[in-house]
Design a protein around this ligand. Structure first.
Ligand SMILES: [Zn+2]
Length: 136
């Protein structure tokens, strides 16, 4: 039995997924182990350095702490900066919503810290980018 293997392989569209990644700077498909992007020359991070440290803190305790004070649970799991930012955000939302936003903020922050403590994607993950940038 003969298997016909198509040799109509590639062109640039069919880059194998596992061996390539996209340059965060210019979006070019480059080898996953590439140290610099051949297109724009930006140095690539080979290891996922920006991943936050996994935490082994109790998600329920973290969530309860955030129900008391927004951001307190983040401090508990070692994400103090994010906790402070969320606390301030909750204050602002509360101020412009006659206090109602406090309840909402506290609930959303509790959910955020619960997910964080489980080492799962959380709603406020996008904040880390700004925190790293403006509050290193
Ligand atoms: Zn590039």
């Amino acid at each position: 039995m003969v298997f016909y293997v198509s040799d109509e392989v590639d062109s640039d569209d069919s880059v194998p997924v596992r061996t390539t990644k996209f340059c965060p700077e210019c979006g070019a498909a480059i080898k996953i182990n590439a140290e610099t992007c051949p297109q724009c020359g930006v140095v690539q991070q080979v290891t996922q350095k920006s991943q936050p440290q996994p935490t082994s803190k109790n998600p329920i305790i973290a969530a309860i702490l955030n129900l008391i004070i927004a951001g307190l649970g983040h401090v508990y799991i070692g994400r103090s900066k994010r906790g402070v930012v969320l606390f301030l955000l909750t204050m602002v939302v509360a101020a412009i919503s006659s206090g109602l936003g406090w309840i909402l903020g506290v609930i959303v922050c509790s959910y955020d810290v619960y997910k964080l403590a489980e080492n799962k994607p959380a709603p406020f993950d996008f904040l880390d980018e700004y925190i790293e940038k403006y509050w290193p």
